[in-house]
Design a protein around this ligand. Structure first.
Ligand code: NAD
Length: 453
């Protein structure tokens, strides 16, 4: 039973799909959500400051790999999905999901400027009977301490006039099994009615809803999930460094350990963390914990270990080149894969960018191949040089002194890679049959590579 009449009317309009839905921020999170809401039967409007994204949606085109253009085209043609660069459309909408970026500032503190500006823009058109849900990953307290005051400055009251909730996004780009619709959705409202209304919106579009008691719990859930990954990756990266020193193959260790049918979950070492979530979100939590006088030690330690991995990869490249009597300075080095993970085109926080900068600073002549990233503009990495994807098929044998596998895209041909580079560093255990010229991260060196190192 709703305690407010505005809430009862909104709930009814959601259940009957008369509610008009809005999504602010049409990126990797917002576009798939807008598509699901439209598919569920809501007339859905996306709002983004990026005119190219808005034009694409209004032309029935997708720009996110996991969202087929056919879906956007069909929903747009049916009049159920459209987009706008301005917020005046909010006056016509009943629900808003805010999916804007939450990056870190220079000192690794939360940059909530996108959330604040989106909330302020929504507040200008806030009207009774609206639901606002924040989806951007952030520290516990953001929804109630930051977004709520902005919305209540309008004179409207949460739980009576409008409804507010937090629901973390769990999208895993390129995951073929789990998508927005079949990934359970955690929802926590500012009041009980807020939770009920937000859960009703999501249950129209998403298979499983997990209600929790507050926005703070919902915010913390997401940070636990991502911190869990960051810390476990930190642990296995440290194990890889240890295994390198001890002459043990970390990949063999993890693969054998994962045969334990209970109490173990495999994580794999690599060249460092990447993407918009795992390298960033834990620091939202440690920053907020620090406000309460609490040091989040696991987060800081994992950050240190994971952040050191590109430096370790540079040392592997040096060792590999050393084995063929070449210095890093002046050597031609090919980085294979610059996206932050397999089969995606997203380079945000990619460890490849750090690696390129470190190699550039040591005088390496750099190239990269990544069919998902045709160009790498100079301003995106510290070397500042524009680079372009090179096609390996047409390269001559030994064209590069060293190749480094940073991202194990499924289309890579590792036989070709081993042919075009004199030595290869494999940071992902991607090469199933490594030749004598391959060094793997966290694994013993082959005798002939070791001999000269
Ligand atoms: N990408 C992921 O895999 C993922 C997964 C889970 C959670 N998240 C979280 O979801 C949030 C969004 O991430 P994303 O990957 O979709 O980001 P994104 O950069 O792909 O998309 C964000 C969009 O918001 C738009 N935008 C920025 N400020 C705006 C404003 N004031 N008004 C309207 N539009 C605005 C940008 O133009 C951009 O299109 C972040 O908090 C992120 O941490 C991302």
């Amino acid at each position: 039973m709703m305690t407010s009449s505005a809430g009862a009317a909104l709930l009814d309009s959601i259940r009957t799909r008369r509610a008009r839905a809005g999504v602010v921020g049409l990126g990797y999170v917002g576009l798939p959500l807008a598509v699901e809401l439209a598919r569920a039967g809501f007339v859905t409007t996306g709002i983004d400051l990026d005119a190219r994204k808005v034009s694409a949606v209004n032309a029935g085109r997708s720009y996110i790999d996991d969202v087929p253009t056919a879906d956007v085209a069909a929903l747009h043609a049916q009049g159920r999905l459209r987009a706008s660069t301005t917020f005046d459309v909010v006056a016509e909408l009943d629900t808003i999901n805010i999916c804007v970026p939450t990056p870190l500032g220079k000192a690794k503190d939360p940059d909530l400027s996108f959330v604040v500006s989106a909330a302020e823009a929504v507040a200008r058109y806030l009207h009774p009977g609206m639901l606002i849900v924040l989806e951007s990953t952030t520290y516990p307290g953001t929804t109630d301490e930051l977004v709520l005051p902005i919305l209540e400055r309008t004179g409207l009251k949460v739980g009576r006039d409008f409804f507010l909730a937090f629901s973390p996004e769990r999208v895993d780009p390129s995951n073929e099994k789990f998508n927005t619709k079949n990934t359970p959705k955690v929802v926590g409202g500012t009041t009980a009615d807020c939770s009920t209304i937000a859960a009703a919106l999501y249950s129209a579009a998403i298979d499983t809803i997990v209600p929790v008691s507050s926005t703070r719990v919902a915010e913390m859930v997401k940070l636990l999930e991502n911190t869990f990954r960051a810390v476990n990756i930190g642990l296995v990266n440290e194990l890889a460094l240890m295994c390198d020193r001890m002459g043990i193959d970390v990949w063999e260790v993890v693969n054998a350990a994962k045969t334990k049918p209970f109490g173990f979950m495999p994580f794999y070492p690599g060249p460092g963390l990447g993407g918009h979530c795992i390298p960033i979100d834990p620091f939202y939590l440690s920053w907020k914990a620090r406000q309460s006088g609490f040091e989040a030690r696991f987060i800081e330690l994992a950050g240190t270990v994971n952040g050191s991995m590109p430096h370790y990869v540079v040392s592997l490249v040096s060792d590999a080149l050393n084995s063929v009597r070449k210095p890093l300075n002046g050597s031609r080095v090919l980085v294979a894969g610059v996206a932050y993970k397999r089969d995606v085109d997203d380079i945000r926080e990619s460890p490849a960018l750090d690696l390129l900068s470190l190699l550039h600073a040591r005088g390496a002549e750099l190239s990269y191949c990544d069919p998902h990233v045709p160009r790498l503009a100079g301003h995106l990495w510290q070397g500042g040089v524009d680079l372009q994807h090179v096609d390996l098929q047409s390269a001559r044998p030994g064209a590069w002194d060293c190749a480094v596998v940073v991202t194990d895209h499924s289309t890579f041909d590792y036989d070709v890679l081993q042919r075009v580079a004199t030595v290869v560093v494999d940071t992902r255990n991607a090469i199933k049959e490594p030749g004598p010229n391959v060094i793997r991260l966290g694994a013993p060196r082959k005798a002939d590579l070791l001999a000269t190192v």
